[in-house]
Design a protein around this ligand. Structure first.
Ligand code: HBI
Ligand code: FE
Length: 285
């Protein structure tokens, strides 16, 4: 294992952040260890995409330029702006909910500047550069998804004072991070948490272990999740338009009714669920 320093030294350094939590990316500061790790992460995910990613994600990867080397966020930001009027901003890591929502509402996606350590190759619980960039940016090139994300930011800002942050966080988790889509009888991934993780990419799409449930907004908002293991339930949309429809209406008047309903366990099916079973390996454990 390589013992040299990597950009993860910057982890948790919020001292240089501006009021909106943005920082300079400092592209010249990435180390050889960072570049070596990025190439490995990138190569592994690129091999998986043709079989596991939806066409919109693959199209986005192509449009953001082949990121075989650590990307300069400013360059990709310009390409993204030309496509969907979104921009990328650099941040030191996880930022406060209200700040995060405000960036999304302004069509700015916060990308963490530091890269994980080599011993975290397979999984880490915080967002890093690879997750934020490779996982999230491709779908932002899609106009329907791009509008959904802005809408999510706007609705998130409104939901916070109404006590609905946990429900909005679950919607993000089960769609933007871990969403699956059904296409011509195949199950494919669009979620960033899936497509930035080699292990979860295969697990989410093919493993017989997790539940896959037809997407329904309120079902999704009621379902607990875990951040330290593969998901127990994935929600499947039929189209990105269906996803966009979930945030089409104002949710303000909706939270009180939702608050009266129980949270749901992700480890089992619930009344009214439509289980989705396409594409799952029949003979694997
Ligand atoms: N900050 N950098 C970063 N990335 C996130 O995904 C993120 C965040 N802050 C808050 C947050 N997510 C959550 O509040 C939302 O997903 C609900
Ligand atoms: Fe993410």
């Amino acid at each position: 294992m390589v013992g040299a320093q990597s950009s993860s030294e910057l982890r948790g350094d919020y001292t240089r952040a501006r009021a909106d939590f943005t920082v300079e990316q400092g592209w010249q500061s990435y180390t050889d260890v960072d570049r070596w790790l990025w190439q490995r992460l990138h190569a592994r995910q690129m091999r998986l995409l043709p079989r596991y990613a939806c066409a919109e994600f693959i199209a986005g990867v192509e449009r953001m330029g082949s990121a075989t080397t650590i990307p300069d966020l400013g360059v990709v930001s310009e390409a993204l702006h030309a496509a969907t009027r979104w921009r990328l901003v650099a941040v030191p890591g996880f930022i406060p909910d209200a700040v995060f929502f405000a960036h999304l509402a302004a069509r700015q996606f916060p990308v963490t500047v530091w890269l994980r350590r080599p011993d975290e190759f397979d999984y880490l619980v915080e967002p890093d550069l690879f997750h934020d960039f490779f996982g999230h940016v491709p779908m932002l090139f899609n106009p329907v998804f791009a509008d959904y994300m802005q809408r999510y930011g706007e609705q998130g800002l409104r939901a916070m004072p109404l006590g609905a942050l946990p429900r909005m966080a679950r919607l993000y988790w089960y769609t933007v991070e871990f969403g699956l889509i059904e296409r011509e009888g195949r199950l494919l991934a669009y979620g960033a948490g899936i497509l930035s993780s080699g292990g979860e990419t295969v697990h989410a799409v093919e493993s017989p272990a997790p539940l896959r449930v037809r997407f329904e907004r309120d079902r999704c908002m009621r379902t607990r999740y875990r951040i330290d293991a593969y998901q127990k339930t994935y929600f499947v949309v039929r189209s990105l338009d269906e996803l966009a429809g979930a945030l089409a209406d104002e949710l303000d008047g909706h939270w009180q009714r939702l608050a009266s309903l129980d949270d749901l366990d992700p480890e089992r099916l619930h009344p009214g669920d439509e289980a989705v079973s396409i594409g799952v390996r029949k003979n694997a454990a």
